[in-house]
Write a protein that binds this ligand. Structure first.
Ligand code: ADP
Ligand code: MG
Length: 295
């Protein structure tokens, strides 16, 4: 391969809004056969909106939302931004902790009370000693059945309510999946979100339910990529979040959405500058053509 030809490839990539970390990356891109897509922020817009707040026991909607927003104010996650945008009220917060792919927690000074507030998925609540009883489990299943991303809010060690968030599939996501398949690649969907939402999004873009992996932690995402590699697959992983960074590094080809976090961009080999997933099949087609010219 002559360096000039490779640089022409990367230059063309830049025109198409694809930033390539090094010319050698094109070589890996060419051999990819499986493309694992993160859901939130990659296939969906990641611009979530609060659709409903369901308070439990003696809590009110406003209390649940205001306590959650006070904690989420310190997080950059799309879920956090949606919850923070849903109410202007904030209480002072201390001892904020963020668990990527799990949720957040902090102490919130709500007037006279100092409360411990935990927001996130069931496993994160469990890590904080909060377990759901059968009635609460059932209420959660009902909430998730609606196709929303549902996060749990616990106050002082007990579940206080649910927040349902709505997201939309990006323009061009369906077309991107079609084009990946036309290139002979197997598109898959990988997410820390719950199964019903993941399968609904997958159906919308044309990924079969058997190629959807939901409810996975950031370490779980790495394991999914590694398992595919152990099966002999050459894996591209496309993601945007801190929670995707380790999986992007594990993949044979890591692709970051330019709208994503610095951690994802640093871990990736390629960055899609515009927020358009169609650039992924374009990059793969480009690398095949570039190398065809060189060889
Ligand atoms: P995805 O894989 O879809 O990009 P993440 O791995 O970032 O999603 O998050 C997985 C799940 O963890 C979310 O669906 C949510 O339940 C929970 N979660 C993560 N971060 C937060 C947060 N800041 N607030 C509330 N819940 C969160
Ligand atoms: Mg994401």
């Amino acid at each position: 391969a002559t360096p000039t030809a490779l640089l022409t490839g990367t230059g063309r990539g830049a025109q198409l809004g694809i930033l390539i970390k090094s010319a050698e990356v094109l070589e890996d891109t060419r051999t990819v056969d499986t493309v694992v897509l993160d859901k939130t922020g990659t296939v969906t817009s990641g611009r979530l909106a609060v659709a409903a707040v369901t308070p439990l026991s003696a809590w009110s909607k406003d209390q649940v939302l205001d306590l959650a927003a006070s904690v989420e104010d310190s997080s950059e996650h799309p879920i956090a931004r949606a919850i923070a945008a849903a109410t202007p009220h904030r209480f002072p917060v201390s001892r904020f902790v963020s668990a990527p792919g799990g949720g957040v927690r902090a102490h919130v000074a709500d007037g006279m009370h100092s409360r411990s507030v935990v927001v996130g998925r069931t496993t994160w609540l469990a890590q904080n000693g909060i377990r759901l009883d059968d009635t609460q489990q059932e209420a959660l299943r009902r909430a998730q059945g609606g196709g929303f991303t549902t996060v749990l809010v616990a106050v002082d060690g007990a579940l206080a309510g649910f927040v349902d968030l709505a997201d939309t599939v990006k323009d061009g996501a369906r077309e991107a999946v079609d084009r990946l398949r036309e290139l002979g690649l197997r598109p898959m969907l990988l997410t820390g979100d719950n199964g019903p939402v993941a399968r609904a999004v997958a159906a919308e873009v044309g990924i079969p339910a058997g190629d959807v992996v939901a409810d996975v932690s950031p370490e779980g995402k790495v394991a999914v990529v590694r398992d595919l590699q152990d099966e002999g697959r050459v894996v591209a992983m496309v993601g945007d979040g801190v929670n995707d960074a380790a999986a992007l590094a594990q993949a044979d080809l890591g692709v970051a959405m330019g709208s994503g976090t610095d951690a994802a961009i640093e871990a990736a080999d390629l960055t899609i500058v515009r927020d358009d997933v169609r650039a992924v099949p374009t990059a793969i087609a480009l690398s095949r053509r570039t190398l065809a010219v060189i060889k």
